[in-house]
Design a protein around this ligand. Structure first.
Ligand code: ZN
Length: 374
């Protein structure tokens, strides 16, 4: 059965004053500016930086050399096998507090969405009491976190620009971020040379996150005029990158960094739609990573996003990338119920996509049938 999403009146996002990243640098080789940024943050003799860095760079000593880490700094390699959990963030904060008796002067998140989000969450928790799960929601963080700098090494999630850091709460079976102005990075360093070694599939899935954020936002009811403009340009850049030649030329990698940033800005003023709630279900229940889960979810949502799914499939074909299939085959009833619960909980995005009556459209049978197509 085809469901046609009716044109509904524009809704107020409720986001009144939008905070963007304070400063950014972009261009090949600009990683070397990070040293200068860190030096400026260190004012006292015992000031130190905490650098969260994707474990991939453990073997890439050249990059660490470039940053010129000081002996007092702490380098924490972040595993990207699993998406960050509230427990993981609490452990990191606990360890930091027991190792040092004062907070760092600056925090760096260098990596993909996972590493950048971990750095954001730790920054917030070092200045706000309690646990990570206390801040999962909207505007719950009360005090600014530690000054933080993002260095994306994979583009697409927009974590460098958004006001959230997505965490999975395994106990509550909930995937939700700390949505707050204080979660926004203070500074970003965007060096396209850092994405040259990303595996092609991962580069594509991550890039599609930017595209998906913006097609969801552009098709939604909660609108913001500036957010719309960011979305249009992000989609435009994604078309140039993925429908042209090789998506990974230096020029396209720089464009992808811009698309990721603008896509993040777009989503900071609006909401996602149907893809992200379904993708969250796949992450919570099947532990699939966000970006690949998005691609799998979008691929099964053709009835809601017919034109976009067509374009997405063409992009995958042009770039020679496969979208995993049959990930929900053979799941039992209990798992299907968990998938439903982890999807339907995302009230704002689902209202954005389908209106107040979203539960009428997304019955548990309907949601199951969509998952079974994945
Ligand atoms: Zn996303």
């Amino acid at each position: 059965m085809q469901i046609h999403v009716q044109r509904r009146p524009t809704l107020d996002t409720g986001i009144k004053t939008v905070r963007n990243v304070l400063r950014y640098t972009i261009g090949r080789g600009c990683l070397r500016d990070l040293h200068e940024i860190l030096s400026r943050a260190r004012n006292q003799p015992d000031d130190y930086a905490v650098i969260f860095i994707d474990e991939y760079f453990q073997a890439e000593t050249g990059v660490l050399h470039e940053i010129q880490v000081q002996p007092t700094d702490l380098i924490i390699f972040v595993s990207t096998d699993e998406e960050p959990t509230t427990e993981y963030v609490d452990t990191l904060v606990h360890n930091l507090r027991s190792q040092r008796n004062r907070n760092p002067c600056v925090i760096v998140g260098m990596g993909g969405g996972i590493t950048m989000d971990v750095a954001k969450a730790v920054s917030n928790l070092l200045t706000n009491p309690g646990k990570a799960e206390d801040y999962q929601g909207w505007d719950l963080v009360k005090k600014p976190g530690i000054y933080k700098v993002a260095v994306p090494t994979v583009s697409g999630t927009g974590a460098e620009a958004t006001r959230t850091c997505v965490l999975t709460n395994k106990k509550k079976k909930l995937k939700l971020g700390m949505n707050s102005d204080f979660t926004v990075y203070d500074q970003i360093v965007m060096d396209p040379d850092l994405t040259a070694t990303v595996p092609r599939n991962q580069y594509f899935y991550s890039g599609m996150d930017a595209y998906i954020h913006c097609i969801e936002s552009a098709a939604g009811s909660y609108r913001n005029a500036i957010g719309d403009a960011y979305s249009r340009e992000t989609i435009n850049l994604c078309r140039q990158i993925f429908l042209g030649g090789d998506m990974m030329t230096p020029e396209n990698r720089e464009k992808m960094m811009v698309a990721s940033y603008l896509g993040g800005c777009a989503i900071a003023t609006s909401y996602v739609g149907l893809v992200h709630p379904f993708s969250a279900g796949l992450s919570v229940v099947l532990s699939l990573h966000h970006c690949v889960a998005n691609c799998i979810a979008l691929n099964a949502l053709e009835e809601f996003y017919p034109k976009e799914v067509g374009e997405f499939r063409l992009m995958a074909k042009r770039q020679g990338v496969d979208i995993p299939a049959k990930v929900c085959h053979g799941l039992d009833e209990r798992q299907m119920e968990d998938l439903f619960a982890a999807t339907i909980i995302h009230e704002k995005p689902l209202t954005n996509a389908l209106g107040d009556g979203y539960r009428k459209v997304l019955s548990s049978e309907k949601v199951s049938s969509i998952f079974r197509r994945m």
